[in-house]
Design a protein around this ligand. Structure first.
Ligand code: 6R9
Length: 643
């Protein structure tokens, strides 16, 4: 097999070896309903479903397990009480390594979730209501999600690094009348004023959804403003009163999660209960080959889909021990990850290429100083992992002992779609691997022609799977337009991809105007909109360019209003402006002032040229003859060189 790294062998019993994969995969494609109704038995149902997938992509209407009913909080928490109530559900590792860590058994988790659910109910939250969760990475972030699921409310978690403006847009879009937040968050000893940010978001001039209640968790103890009648301290309203799980239909909404697209504002991707539950429970089981008693650590934030599916729902539905980490990889020093692995004897580590590259740059000593003998499996997610980082992860971090699962998936897919399975497949550094059960990837050219065998093209999926997003909240037409119109009756992922002779898939990155910065999706249009809001900016075009640590960096071309001059001060001001408008993850890495943007005669910005200039790749500019002002290209290149 080409460039393959043999899977390290282990004696432990495993959930799926090579022969089983082949059989199970075949069955999952030939008889999807039979296969998934069987997998659905991993969960507890009030009404066990008898119907599998009922879906169409033209028109777009997706249902799974439609006659079933269940509750995912029950599946993640209550159902474990009888057999493993005293097993550890969550290990909380605080930002400050000498701070107050916590360990919660499933029984303790149950109590915390019930207290949270009662607090939500006391504010008036009812089934179907949207609840915005704007939290640091603390236990209450997890219990807030589970409490919503328990009472049938729809959570919308907004990453704590987003600005008040970005938060306001997300509260407004789903007309969420309730917010759960904390006084402050902590990241690498820096304080994040979460409660003050929510107040600022609600004070935005165009914010018109009235907030009925805000629940505030005391975390750092900072002095914050509380609005009488609206804001409530969690510890004052929480109660241990009985709080049964709400029976939910399989297709009742579970959560909304906002994600960036190539146009317009972020989309509220909607997932429902039954299909998402089966998908995350099943993928967690097979991809991480989880064995009872193991310590599993996913370093994502609950503000991203990885945190939803593989810190909260997937692991807890499997009765696993999930480590919740508040901190960052480089605080107090670059050895933090390995110190945490050592102290908690982590068996499975799931992180992002950007973190791996950043730690790799700091040298091997931080890693080697710590005992990593507990590590059995390593995972990667969020962006393509470059082979050099893969090798370092495999050789240095895992000492060649731990297989790597490079899991390709998206907010819209709910859970892992393409990966190798640890005991079934050899690995290829840089390739995500093979399709998960039920997934039929297809590569198509720009005209939609299907490419067979070894090929490179646009990655589509041909048939629905249980974890698929059902719609964009409040805008089904946008859901249809974004994913199902580029190629008729196929789900288009937005990614480019190669398939090799062994059938392994190699994701090459986004083919739309979405860039992937440190594993986070960023719509170039969002950064552009933020820039043009500045009074001195006339026009802006944003592209991605290769960045050593972040994978892609944010490169902004800016034209100024007449009479304005580009300067170092304005550069700093605009950078800061974007941070304020969106959040630190959107901070421009490079900004180039220019007297114009390359446009076609019909006024379309030729991003291809802007990308090439940003990449310093002037030989491959292609045809520039359709530009309205071809001489602009030389000025752009000069501007790039003089920077
Ligand atoms: C889970 C998550 C999705 C986009 C996706 C792709 C990129 C994610 C990847 C990967 C190559 C992997 N991506 N995992 N690319 N290899 N293992 O990250 O969801 O935030 O929605 O991003 O991330 O480009 O389309 P999300």
């Amino acid at each position: 097999m080409l460039h393959a790294v043999a899977r390290p062998q282990s004696d432990a019993p495993t959930h799926c070896v090579a022969e089983q994969y082949a059989d199970m995969y075949r069955r999952s494609i030939e008889d999807p309903d039979g296969f998934w109704l069987e997998q659905a038995q991993r969960l507890d149902w009030y009404r066990v479903p008898t119907r599998g997938g009922e879906w169409s992509w033209d028109p777009v209407d997706i249902k799974w397990f439609a006659d079933g009913s269940l509750n995912l909080c029950h599946n993640a928490v209550d159902r474990h009480l009888e057999v493993r109530g005293d097993d550890t559900a969550i290990i909380f590792e605080p930002d400050d390594p000498s701070g107050d860590g916590r360990t919660l058994s499933y029984r303790e988790l149950h109590r915390e979730v019930v207290r949270m659910a009662n607090a939500l109910k006391a504010m008036g939250v009812a089934k179907g209501d949207r609840v915005t969760i704007y939290m640091p990475m603390i236990v209450e972030g997890v219990t807030a999600m589970l409490a919503c699921a328990r009472i049938g409310a729809v959570h919308s978690v907004v990453f704590g690094g987003f600005s008040p403006e970005a938060l306001a847009g997300r509260i407004e879009d789903c007309e969420s009348r309730f917010v759960v937040t904390a006084d402050e968050g902590l990241r690498g000893s820096k304080r994040v004023p979460l409660k003050a940010n929510v107040d600022a978001a609600l004070a935005e001039p165009d914010h018109d959804t009235p907030i009925d209640g805000m629940l505030v968790i005391r975390h750092t103890g900072a002095d914050i403003a509380m609005t009488e009648g609206r804001d409530h301290w969690f510890h004052e309203v929480a109660s241990d009163a009985d709080c049964p799980c709400e029976e939910m239909a399989a297709e009742d909404p579970l959560f909304i999660l906002y994600t960036s697209g190539s146009t317009g504002k972020p989309k509220g991707v909607l997932h429902t209960t039954g299909g998402y539950g089966v998908w995350t429970a099943t993928t967690f089981h097979y991809v991480f080959d989880y064995r009872p008693g193991e310590i599993y650590w996913c370093t994502a934030d609950i503000g991203w889909v990885t945190g939803h599916s593989y810190i909260v729902y997937g692991p807890l539905m499997n009765g696993a021990t999930s480590l919740v980490f508040e901190g960052v990889p480089n605080y107090p020093d670059h050895g933090r990850f390995w110190e945490v692995v050592d102290r908690h004897k982590v068996n499975i580590l799931y992180t992002a290429p950007t973190a791996i590259r950043a730690l790799m740059r700091e040298g091997d000593d931080h890693v080697r100083q710590r005992d990593r003998s507990s590590l059995r499996l390593l995972g990667s997610v969020g962006e393509p992992i470059n082979p050099e980082a893969w090798r370092w992860y495999f050789d240095v971090v895992g000492e060649g002992r731990a297989p790597i699962v490079d899991t390709w998936w998206q907010t819209e897919t709910g859970g892992v779609m393409i990966t190798t399975l640890p005991a079934a497949h050899d690995m290829k550094p840089g390739s995500a691997g093979l399709p998960f059960f039920g997934i039929e990837p297809q590569l198509v050219d720009n005209e939609g022609a299907v490419l067979e065998g070894e090929a490179e093209g646009n990655l589509c999926i041909t048939a629905s799977w249980p974890g698929q997003a059902r719609t964009v909240y409040g805008d089904h037409e946008r859901f249809v337009q974004t994913y199902f119109t580029a190629y008729k009756a196929k789900y288009f992922t937005g990614d480019g991809c190669k398939r090799d002779a062994d059938g392994y898939y190699w994701i090459t990155g986004r083919v739309d105007d979405v860039i992937n910065v440190s594993g986070h999706r960023m719509g170039t249009a969002e950064v552009e909109s933020a820039l043009v809001l500045h009074p001195k900016v006339a026009e802006a075009a944003v592209v991605g360019y290769p960045h050593d640590i972040k994978g892609q960096g944010i490169y902004c071309y800016v034209t100024l209003n007449a009479g304005e001059e580009g300067s170092d001060e304005l550069y700093a001001e605009l950078r800061n402006w974007v941070r304020q408008e969106i959040g630190p993850i959107a901070t421009p890495d490079h900004m180039q002032f220019t007297d114009g943007l390359p446009k076609t005669r019909s006024g379309k910005i030729m991003r291809r040229i802007l990308r090439k200039v940003a990449e310093n790749d002037y030989g491959a500019l292609g045809d520039t003859s359709t530009l309205a002002d071809p001489s602009l290209v030389d000025r752009l290149i000069d501007g790039r060189r003089n920077r």
